[in-house]
Ligand binder design. Structure first.
Ligand code: FCB
Length: 388
């Protein structure tokens, strides 16, 4: 690898998730919660379900050679055990489209939203949930496995459990420490069962999860050091240990830096995104290095920021490339980077108010406008190298 270059074949892309962009998904727990007024409505979102072709064209015009997207479980299995072949054809068309332009897909099978029938029965806490989830994953791989090598069973298990079972702000809106712990183990079991089922159908595919990891630091105070070590284990590594032996690569979703014992000056001077999340230039590097211990290929499966004015995103993207490059130089086997997100989208409890897209979406007209930062990303992609 020459000085500033990335390895040949490095994947450069962006990520989306079905419920956040597709529109028209009504038979999931999130849509039910929206009808009950507990979370914002997603409605037609970006209409990506109908516009994926032109959106992928924009992505290709920016040089991207990879895309991560998710399949909506409730579209494929709207009733328990009844699979919808028409929706399989939809996702086949999505994959065909990527294939036609030589773009590598990373397919995620579950990104937070549960089919209503499954959530009403207790979701992952239901006995038999691993088999139910694995049956769905297996079905999709039977039908579409030939189109993609990179598969994720699910996205961010610890965020899912924390928001839904500890903070009580996402479906199923619980604040129950016991259920919180139970659901983590249940999702891990579902992953392991799905992994085995998917591999049986198509041994050649590579399967992982998208893991949300935080860069934890502390000052020299022993209590803060202890907090840092415990948080790191609990948030970043415990789940990965639970699925050890059942993953072929690790997807890293990275957004946060947390320093225990940060001074008030450090807190006040931190640069923040529109979400109020600190923008830390090297945290991605630290998270990648921390994943070296697993000895598996790594992909940055999400990394981005809410920045409607696009003032921080250009530098953020350059720093992301620097962080990945430095991690590779130090032996982290990073194979690709997927920016979050291709498009502005439905940001869960924030609704459509936060703008994560390389491409801006006008929600009245659904018009797309490429943000200036996307051209910065394009330069990096085209050179497959760092830029100043
Ligand atoms: C991640 C989620 C993704 C999006 C970004 C901002 O935690 O996976 O859906 O909401 O945060």
């Amino acid at each position: 690898m020459a000085d500033k270059e990335f390895p040949e074949g490095f994947l450069w892309g962006a990520s989306t998730a079905a419920y956040q962009v597709e529109g028209g998904i009504e038979n999931v727990d999130w849509a039910e919660a929206a009808r009950e007024g507990k979370v914002p409505e997603a409605g037609r979102a970006c209409d990506f379900y109908n516009r994926f072709g032109s959106d992928f064209e924009i992505a290709a015009s920016l040089g991207m050679n990879a895309q991560r997207f998710s399949i909506e479980w409730a579209r494929i299995e709207p009733e328990e055990g009844k699979f919808n072949e028409r929706e399989i054809e939809h996702y086949r068309a999505v994959l065909e489209r990527l294939k036609a332009s030589g773009v590598t897909p990373m397919v995620n099978l579950w990104h937070f939203t549960l089919p209503l029938w499954f959530s009403e029965r207790g979701g992952f806490l239901e006995k038999g949930a691993p088999e139910i989830f694995a049956r769905y994953c297996r079905f999709v791989v039977e039908r579409l496995g030939g189109y993609a090598d990179l598969w994720l069973t699910h996205n961010e298990p610890i965020v899912y459990s924390s928001k839904g079972f500890w903070d009580g702000v996402w479906p199923p809106f619980l604040r129950n420490p016991l259920q919180y712990l139970r659901v983590i183990y249940a999702v891990a079991a579902a992953h392991r069962t799905a992994y085995t089922a998917m591999k049986t159908v198509r041994p050649s595919i590579q399967i992982g999860i998208a893991k949300h990891n935080i860069f934890f630091e502390s000052n020299s105070n022993p209590l803060n050091r202890l907090l840092c070590v415990c948080s790191d284990w609990f948030w970043n590594h415990r789940f990965l240990r639970l699925i050890e032996g059942y993953q072929d690569f690790i997807g890293l979703n990275h957004y946060h830096h947390k320093k225990y014992g940060a001074t008030s000056r450090e807190r006040e001077t931190a640069v923040r995104s529109d979400m109020g999340w600190e923008i830390h230039p090297t945290s991605l590097y630290h998270c990648l290095i921390a994943l070296k211990r697993y000895g598996l290929p790594l992909y940055v499966s999400e990394h981005g920021l809410a920045d409607a004015a696009d003032v921080h995103r250009p530098e953020f993207i350059k720093n992301a490339a620097r962080a990945v490059h430095r991690a590779i130089e130090e032996g982290a086997p990073v194979r690709g980077y997927f920016h979050w997100s291709l498009l502005d989208n439905y940001e869960w409890t924030e609704g459509f108010t936060k703008r994560f897209g390389l491409i801006e979406v006008n929600y009245d007209t659904l018009e797309r406008t490429i943000r200036p930062s996307a051209y910065v990303y394009k330069q990096i992609i085209e050179r497959n190298a760092l830029i100043d």
